[in-house]
Design a protein around this ligand. Structure first.
Ligand code: AMP
Ligand code: ZN
Length: 472
């Protein structure tokens, strides 16, 4: 697979550095509220990326963290009158439910920041020891940007004049997030403040908590080591978050950190940034309530190439529903032709490494050329049209299911209703029993029910009338 690398600014071929397993890290959600569909554009694209690697026969190690302590989680847990753990656990469960509905594979490891405080403290100690960090008078610790000349390579800060030497506190009020105009020594350890309440830990610099950027560096080191294959997130994370991660990790661990950087462009809704006040802020539950399915949302989220800004609209979601209907219809026709109408569809595991994808090879190539889901979906439709006329329907059917697994599209199962032939005398008895019920002749109705039972049939009454099922 070839993918655009944010750091190298070019398409690069991806190969696992250990030549076996492709090990990658995705910055996960901040669990202080429901993840919105913008977040899910990023998570779904990352999921398709993993699927594409695995389906090509490369095993993966997928690590995605949970940000369960930062300015926002602390602020909102207090507003909710809950402990930080209770609060973030509730939102983590909701996030998992949405991920499952959207058919996202579960990461192999999903570590949380709170469970890795000692690792973060160790990293700070190393950074201080190596001259890359310093403690301020209030007990906060800062990364010294001037000690790392390569700082800014990912976000191309090198193309700007930087006035270094100030701390983040002086520039951005110590916030976890800040913009490029606030480039400054950033915080690694935040000394305890009143507003933190009970959310503080002990450290060699006094009570406090880690800065947001540090958690990913510490957890990456724990689970992927000093050098790994790829790091990913939404485009907003390039600066400062990923820039700071690089500085922390390279200066403390000394490895190469990520070999590749994969950033997903933001999603807009109705042409503008999502915001609650504009009424264009969607979470999965809102869309389901409007009558859409999670499969439609997933399909819509991969409809555009990840490097293009995506405009999410309800019309687009309707179109996704129609497209899924067309795929299902074509899939059923193909299955019929292959004599597999009643067969189970091949599982993800069964299709790993499938060589012959038939006419769907083009769609697969689209996906492998910079994860172009848009091109791949177009090619899949082209192949679907032609597949009906191919002699080898089985190959085409497998090729289609291979692509559906790559996109993570699960088609609804078409229930084949089992027809039961009801003998005429049984039918008559059941009708007579129903009439007895209508006439409120309860004893007669019970008698007829027992008689039917003796003959091997159960009567069930529902809103619409009665139905018969064979016993046993
Ligand atoms: P957060 O929960 O804010 O930490 O974000 C989780 C992930 O979603 C990160 O990779 C973000 O970069 C990404 N993200 C946030 N907003 C959007 C958006 N509108 N479109 C695409 N990705 C987003
Ligand atoms: Zn991160």
């Amino acid at each position: 697979m070839r993918l655009y690398d944010t750091l190298a600014r070019e398409l690069q071929e991806l190969k696992p550095i250990d030549t076996e397993t492709f090990r990658f890290y995705c910055c996960g959600p901040t669990v202080y509220g429901p993840a919105h569909i913008g977040n899910f554009r990023t998570f779904v694209v990352q999921d398709v990326f993993r699927r594409a690697l695995e389906l090509s026969g490369v095993p993966t190690m997928h690590v995605r963290n949970l940000t369960d302590v930062d300015d926002k989680t602390i602020r909102d847990s207090q507003a909710a009158g809950m402990t930080l753990t209770e609060f973030t656990q509730g939102w983590t469960e909701k996030f998992h439910t949405d991920c499952k509905a959207l058919n996202c594979l579960v990461p192999h490891i999903e570590p949380g920041a709170v469970d890795h405080i000692p690792q973060q403290v160790t990293m700070i100690e190393e950074l201080i020891e190596k001259g890359h960090a310093y403690a301020a008078d209030d007990g906060s610790v800062y990364f010294k940007i001037s000690s790392y000349p390569e700082y800014g390579a990912l976000s191309h800060l090198d193309e700007r004049d930087l006035d270094l030497g100030k701390t983040q506190n002086e520039r951005a009020g110590n916030a976890d997030e800040y913009d490029k105009d606030s480039v400054a020594d950033f915080v690694l350890w935040k000394s305890r403040r009143d507003e933190d309440g009970e959310n503080y830990w002990q450290s060699p610099w006094g009570e406090g908590r880690p800065g947001w950027h540090l958690e990913c560096s510490a957890m990456i080191r724990e689970y992927l080591g000093d050098s790994f294959d790829l790091h990913s997130g939404g485009e907003d994370l390039v600066f400062p978050h990923h820039e700071n991660e690089i500085a922390q990790s390279k200066c403390s661990c000394g490895g190469d950190f990520a070999a590749h950087w994969f950033h997903i462009t933001h999603l807009l809704v109705d042409g503008s940034k999502m915001s609650k006040s504009k009424g264009n802020f969607y979470i999965l539950a809102d869309l389901i309530e409007k009558g859409h399915t999670a499969a439609e949302v997933r399909y819509a989220l991969i409809g555009a190439h990840y490097r293009k800004q995506m405009n999410f609209t309800l019309d687009g979601l309707h179109a996704a529903g129609e497209a899924l209907g067309k795929i299902l219809k074509a899939e059923r026709a193909l299955a019929e032709k292959a004599g597999l109408a009643d067969a189970e569809t091949p599982s993800y595991e069964e299709l790993l490494g499938l060589e012959d994808k038939g006419l769907f090879e083009n769609a697969w190539l689209g996906l492998n050329e910079d994860m172009n889901t848009q091109r791949a979906i177009g090619a899949m439709f082209g192949a679907l049209k032609r597949a009906q006329n191919e002699v080898d329907a089985l190959t085409q059917w497998k090729g289609l299911h291979f692509m559906l697994h790559a996109f993570g599209i699960e088609l609804p199962v078409v229930e084949v209703e089992e027809k039961v032939d009801i003998p005429a005398d049984i039918q008559q008895l059941a009708e007579a029993r129903w009439q007895a019920r209508v006439d409120k002749e309860w004893a007669k109705s019970d008698e007829l029910r027992d008689e039917l039972k003796d003959l091997g049939w159960v009567v069930k009454d529902g809103k619409e009338g009665w139905s018969l099922e064979p016993l046993g």
